[in-house]
Design a protein around this ligand. Structure first.
Ligand SMILES: [Zn+2]
Length: 388
């Protein structure tokens, strides 16, 4: 400051400096709880704090990856498979399939069909597994039940509309592992491209109590076959059957753009026009429901991860945010399908979009317990007692 009185421009600049991280593209507009100190936000600081616990340092990668592969391979004994790999047709899970196969592992691929696959996703899964010669087990959800659960979450008015899919996938992966005596579930989660987690954006993929309560209050069909897990199953799977989740992409130098190129070249896999376009429902949720109703733009989290992991510049991220990757005509077609599958009229859907946002805290939940569990797993990871 040089003693001049604040002009309007300066006041605006100061305000925006307090509302935007200078390192990533997170803002107060999309995360009201953001804490910015010296221009750097809490998400960037968390990234710096957790990176060493979650991602293997470059110098140790070869050795640690080799050790993980040996552990996985040894765990199978004479079993036909040594790991379960969930496949959605998206970049991350397809890259995991390619990676585990190239490392000499013997994966069983599992796909959960929730009725929302895009045609491209289906053809990408087929191409990938044929090219890699991986056996596939497809679990088709009871769609009458499942759509009823999705509808309940839209009526619940929380931003967790996609939780029913995430929960079912996790439940199925664990079940398939247990049924086949497999000790490792290989996940496509990776810290380099999806570390940012904003509690107000999404919660509940492992909280069956929350899911059940939403459905109890707003559902119309009993959930008889929906794959789910409570804490007893969690304990049984992890502590007794000793099934582990290994996020193998945290053991390699995972670069999204490079991964896309490799999949196209080696598998004939075809890229999607936008993130999460493998699922029609997910693209509607992230491309329309979340930004319009909740002011949540998940692209900002994803792009911020790519900035922090050095894969793109902040300028590139800002440029990508300018692009409209969910054209109006596509949205209209997706909504038509949505109304049909979820038995919603136009008026009902409009009412859902206009309803006052709520939070998981308005429903029964196990939030405190889930947080304790997450901290425990991170502490075990730091001591090398749980895979990254
Ligand atoms: Zn930041």
């Amino acid at each position: 400051m040089n003693g001049r009185p604040n002009t309007t421009d300066e006041a605006t600049a100061e305000r925006s400096a307090a509302d935007e991280c200078r390192r990533c593209v997170m803002t107060r507009a999309v995360d009201p709880d953001i804490v910015i100190v010296d221009g750097v936000c809490n998400h960037c600081r968390r990234y710096d704090e957790l990176i060493s616990a979650r991602v293997v340092a470059p110098a140790e990668r070869d050795e640690q990856l080799a050790r993980l592969v040996k552990r996985i391979s040894d765990s199978a004994g004479r079993g036909e498979f040594d790991c379960v790999v969930g496949v959605s047709g998206g970049v991350d899970s397809t890259y995991v399939a390619l990676l585990v196969k190239s490392l000499g592992l013997r994966p069983l691929a599992v796909h959960v069909d929730n009725g929302w696959n895009s045609e491209l996703a289906v053809s990408n899964i087929e191409k990938t597994l044929t090219a890699l010669d991986i056996e596939l087990e497809t679990v088709v959800l009871d769609l009458r039940e499942f759509y009823d659960l999705q509808r309940s979450f839209l009526l619940a008015s929380t931003p967790d509309a996609d939780i029913p899919t995430d929960h079912a996938i996790q439940a199925v992966l664990w079940r398939v592992a247990r049924q086949n005596g497999i000790k490792y579930v290989i996940s496509g989660m990776n810290f380099a491209t999806e570390s940012i987690s904003v509690p107000s954006w999404s919660y509940g993929h492992s909280d069956w109590r929350y899911i059940r309560d939403v459905h109890r209050r707003l559902g119309t069909q009993p959930l008889r076959s929906y794959p789910h897990f409570g804490f007893a199953t969690l304990f049984w799977t992890n502590a007794v059957r000793r099934v582990r989740i290994a996020s193998i992409l945290n053991y390699v130098d995972y670069n999204k753009a490079a991964a896309v190129g490799e999949l196209e070249e080696k598998l004939g896999w075809v890229a999607y026009e936008g993130k999460h376009f493998e699922s029609i429902y997910t693209r509607w949720v992230q491309g329309h429901l979340l930004p319009v109703k909740f002011g949540i733009d998940k692209r900002r989290g994803h792009l911020s991860d790519l900035i922090n992991s050095g894969q793109i510049t902040r300028e590139e991220a800002l440029r990508r945010l300018e692009q409209d990757d969910y054209p109006e005509t596509l949205r209209a077609a997706d909504e038509k399908l949505l109304m049909k599958k979820l038995s919603l009229s136009r008026d009902q859907l409009d009412a859902i979009l206009a309803a006052e946002p709520r939070s998981f805290r308005d429903f029964r939940n196990s939030y405190a317990f889930v947080q304790r569990l997450r901290r425990l797993v991170n502490a075990l990871r730091r001591r090398g007692l749980y895979p990254r």
